[in-house]
Design a protein around this ligand. Structure first.
Ligand code: HEC
Ligand code: HEC
Length: 374
């Protein structure tokens, strides 16, 4: 059944009659992508979550090269606040060229897994690893403590956490990461044209909903229907936050592969910084069941975390290796995907969609409405 808008439509678009193309069933599914923004709870594993002093300190540290051992890079070198907290390079470039694309850091509060391979189960651990990773900021615990102690941030640090001198270097590292995490929790994407459409549908205000472009509506219908995108890209963030093989080659060169989730799990299961570990501030260890119950399996090889599609138009290039230059290329990838090459066991969701040129343009138009108009 189609719901037609008559009275308001002629006024809205002049010659072409604007209408809501979605069926009742499609409208119901569309409501599941909101409301936006979501209500974010404070992080019980981080005692400075929501603390305004920690947020301010975390923001300053994020942008300061004091967090790198040689003073040459900051988090913002790769996660540029001017570029939606990513950069336009295919693969992150810091001390060395990394294998993966830099993800944007918005809408990260409250996820179950972080990183392309899910090597962290909480946001402060995902903020901690880059400080000490050899290929990223390359501090040791000791050199970080010295750097913070000798920096202008020491008094702000001590206001929140007490005397730094008496603290073990590992505690300084965790505290530092928790301030950055408190800051990252505050980063979110704004409401978009899509959210206005979705909320109008919820209010049953079809005249307002009809403002949403017809091409984007057709793209949304494909997203929900024949494209099957919603199987993985679902909920208000357009991500199930789980791991899949979306058909992007995972060979790094002739002999090496990006292990994806398999490597992420190896890392996670030997990490001291999980929700089940001693550094979590949550006495109830909420959420720790996930890390306790995950098991490695061969099918995790070469799978990657489903990215959120909120703000996606602002963060080209795409995929874990940055190999697809724009949204058009991503849709063409799904259109021609070679199902034979999907290696993960049991991943029978994706198959070549063989989209027409108009369908490709419609899906791109839909994805564009998930970002704020510049
Ligand atoms: C050299 C570039 C580079 C630097 C410097 C860097 N990052 Fe990243 N960041 C990346 C890349 C690449 C990934 C994806 C890594 C992966 O999943 O394997 C990432 C992932 C993340 C994630 C997980 C995002 C998600 O969607 O799950 C967080 C959080 C993060 N970085 C925070 C930081 C913080 C905080 C700093 C500074 C302490 C920092 N990064 C420094 C490149 C960088
Ligand atoms: C089987 C689950 C699954 C389905 C179905 C799926 N995706 Fe994805 N999507 C993913 C995963 C996983 C990635 C990341 C893959 C990688 O980096 O190797 C991804 C990446 C993307 C990206 C790039 C985002 C970024 O920030 O790099 C876009 C855009 C996208 N998908 C859109 C779609 C559309 C449109 C459809 C339907 C035609 C679709 N996806 C179907 C799981 C899925």
């Amino acid at each position: 059944m189609k719901l037609w808008v008559t009275a308001a439509s002629i006024v809205l678009t002049g010659a072409v009659r604007a209408e809501v193309l979605l069926s009742e069933d499609e409208i119901q599914k569309t409501l599941s992508f909101g409301p936006w923004p979501p209500i974010v709870q404070s992080d019980p594993s981080n005692r400075v979550s929501r603390d305004s002093r920690a947020i301010t300190l975390g923001a300053a540290l994020f942008n300061d090269p004091v967090l790198s051992v040689d003073g040459a890079f900051s988090c913002a070198s790769c996660h540029d606040p001017e570029q939606a907290f990513a950069t336009s390079e295919a693969q992150a470039l810091g001390r060395v060229l990394l294998d993966r694309n830099t993800p944007s850091l918005r809408n990260l509060a409250g996820l179950r897994w972080y990183g392309w391979g899910g090597k962290s189960d909480n946001l402060w651990a995902a903020s901690l690893h880059p400080i000490i990773e050899e290929q990223e900021l390359a501090h040791s615990k000791e050199s970080l403590k010295t750097a913070i102690s000798e920096s202008s941030y020491v008094s702000d640090y001590e206001t929140i956490f007490g005397s730094i001198q008496v603290q073990e270097p590992e505690l300084v590292l965790v505290n530092t990461a928790k301030t950055i995490s408190a800051y990252l929790e505050t980063l979110g994407t704004e409401r978009t044209q899509f959210d206005d459409f979705r909320d109008a549908l919820e209010r049953r205000d079809l005249a307002a909903a009809a403002n949403y472009p017809a091409a984007a509506q057709r793209g949304l219908q494909l997203f929900l229907g024949r494209g099957n995108c919603v199987l993985c890209h679902n909920g208000p963030r357009f991500s199930n936050n789980e791991f899949h093989d979306a058909g992007v080659p995972y060979f790094l060169n002739e002999t090496e592969v990006d292990e994806g989730r398999f490597g992420g799990l190896n890392f996670l299961l030997s990490s001291a910084y999980t929700l089940d570990g001693d550094w979590s501030d949550d006495p109830d260890k909420k959420g720790a069941w996930a890390v306790r119950s995950v098991r490695r399996s061969h099918s995790d090889f070469g799978t990657f975390r489903t990215p959120s599609l909120r703000g996606v138009a602002e963060t080209a290039p795409y995929m874990h290796d940055g190999s697809l230059i724009d949204l058009d290329a991503v849709i063409r990838h799904y259109s021609k995907i070679d199902a034979e090459r999907l290696h993960a066991d049991g991943e029978a969701i994706l198959s070549a969609l063989n989209l027409s040129e108009r369908e490709i343009a419609d899906l791109v138009a839909f994805l564009a409405t998930l970002s704020k108009v510049p």
